[in-house]
Design a protein around this ligand. Structure first.
Ligand code: GLN
Length: 484
């Protein structure tokens, strides 16, 4: 087996037994990226020297007697998470050339655990999009078929993990940006409960929705990586003082026996590809046959979640993105004549179409006269969506649902923004409600592209979600790999 094919748990075991060094493992990943990333374009930048230095450092820590579940494991990082001394572009022209002066909390935690920050992955600009095509800095292709999109916004991280160009990666999910690309590229992707992982040092898109999460080859890999990212952080005031359970323990001895699984009726709407509907039903049947109690549940406000999201997310984005003004960060228009044109030209030239569209929508719904009708109303409906989930989770441990209405689509095939937004229809509700959700590969479409199923559990009930996902993964058996 090639070292670059390993996942987190398997790599850590070889490292722990000293059968392989972190330097060897990191070199193998770098070799694979050099060989194949010309095709996939998963990475925007890769500081090979920096990664190798960190790997040698991890090896030195091990030689000094340290061991740990991530010590020496390389992890790719979406290009909106700050890593000191590395670029952090958010795939935007406005941040091209920007170098982070500090580490995000998640970066700091990875480094403390001895993980190696290895490469910066492509994304939709400022995490706005579902195909990676909104990146201003590069094109990413699906490793299963290079004519197809990898999904988005964490498309680079998904392509890297799905194509074995990374052992694991970090992504962020605001309305589906971890789960949707994970499903498109055949990897596991976890959106933790809102407030589970610190957002300090993560470039903000929509602050009441954003979460960082793992993208990996197995459910257990994700549980391990998430464990390292969690825990109270005084620099993020939205984290409740919840204990961090041992997520990985929830994935051992996976069995569906005793699990209560709900299948939400509203997630099987017209227009969903029959292959997706079939694969979710098959997963539910398999779990029922293996001893889970499966029942249909209803989340009646599902239909409104998209409307809520596309008011709240742009509103928050319009406020968050006001900091990019040509004064403090990155790009400044050379054509500015005074302070007014400095702001307007920098932003006009620096931001792409979709980002501008969100800022305009966001300022509109927040403007006086429209605030109550749109933003205030959306917050109220958000509560209704959350209550639907609370009611369902009074009865079941996890919901089993589709991740996306279709498998990956072709590059440049979806040009209409509203059509693109529809690919988040099954991921947005969990984001709006703040509950945890993850996608797990469940097979291939007739066209040879990966399909995924989604497991959703209550806020801060990640253990239940991991238990259900691990049980399903064990029933499913091994997934094929793409040929690159
Ligand atoms: N695709 C959704 C959007 O464009 C979700 C993005 C995300 O989760 N960051 O807003």
């Amino acid at each position: 087996m090639n070292l670059w094919e390993l996942g987190v748990v398997d790599a850590a075991e070889l490292l722990s037994k000293r059968e392989v060094s972190s330097e060897e493992l990191t070199k193998a990943v770098i070799g694979r990226v050099r060989d194949c990333d010309g095709k996939t374009g998963a990475y925007l930048t890769f500081d090979e020297e920096g990664a190798l230095a960190a790997a040698r450092d991890a090896d030195a820590r091990r030689a000094a007697g340290e061991d740990g579940p991530l010590l020496g494991v390389p992890v790719a990082i979406k290009d909106l998470i700050n890593v000191k001394g590395q670029p952090c572009t958010c795939a935007s022209k406005i941040l091209k050339g920007y170098v982070s002066p500090y580490d995000a909390t998640v970066t700091e935690r990875l480094k403390t655990a001895g993980a190696v920050c290895a490469g910066r992955t492509n994304m939709d600009e400022f995490a706005m999009g579902s195909s990676c095509e909104n990146s201003a800095l590069g094109e990413t292709r699906n490793p299963w078929n290079l004519e197809f999109v990898p999904g988005g916004s964490s498309g680079g991280s998904a392509a890297a993990v799905g194509g074995d160009l990374a052992i694991a990666a970090l992504g962020t999910d605001t309305g589906g940006s971890i789960r949707q690309p994970a499903a498109f590229c055949g990897c596991v992707g976890v959106k933790p409960s809102y407030g589970r992982v610190s957002r300090f040092g993560v470039t903000a898109f929509a602050s009441s929705l954003d979460q960082v999460g793992p993208m990996t080859k197995t459910v257990r890999d994700s549980a391990r990586l998430l464990g390292a990212l969690c825990g109270a952080d005084g620099r993020d005031g939205t984290m409740p003082p919840e204990p961090v359970p041992d997520f990985e323990a929830a994935t051992s001895n996976p069995s569906p026996k005793g699990l209560k699984i709900g299948v939400p009726r509203e997630y099987f709407m017209e227009g969903t590809s029959p292959e997706i509907v079939e694969s979710v039903k098959k997963a539910a049947d398999e779990m029922a046959r293996a001893g889970a109690e499966v029942e249909e549940v209803s989340l009646p406000h599902t239909d409104y979640a998209m409307a809520v999201y596309y008011v709240i997310a742009p509103a928050e984005a319009s406020a968050n993105l006001s900091r990019f003004d040509g004064v403090r960060y990155g790009y400044r228009s050379p054509r500015s004549e005074d302070v007014f044109t400095l702001y307007t030209r920098t932003r006009a030239e620096g931001f792409g179409q979709e980002v501008k569209r969100r800022i305009i929508m966001g300022t509109y719904v927040l403007s006086s006269g429209h605030y109550d009708a749109y933003y205030g109303r959306a917050q109220k409906v958000r509560t209704l969506v959350r209550r639907d989930f609370e009611k369902a989770f009074a009865k079941v441990d996890a919901l089993l649902a589709p991740v996306t209405p279709s498998p990956a689509f072709k590059l440049k095939a979806v040009l209409e923004p509203l059509q693109m937004h529809l690919s988040d229809i099954f991921t947005v509700p969990a984001s709006v409600a703040g509950v945890c959700a993850m996608s797990v590969p469940c097979g291939l479409s007739a066209g040879g592209l990966p399909l995924g199923v989604q497991f959703i559990s209550a806020a801060f009930a990640e253990e239940k979600m991991f238990r259900a996902a691990a049980a399903y993964e064990a029933l499913r058996g091994p997934m094929p790999k793409p040929r690159l």
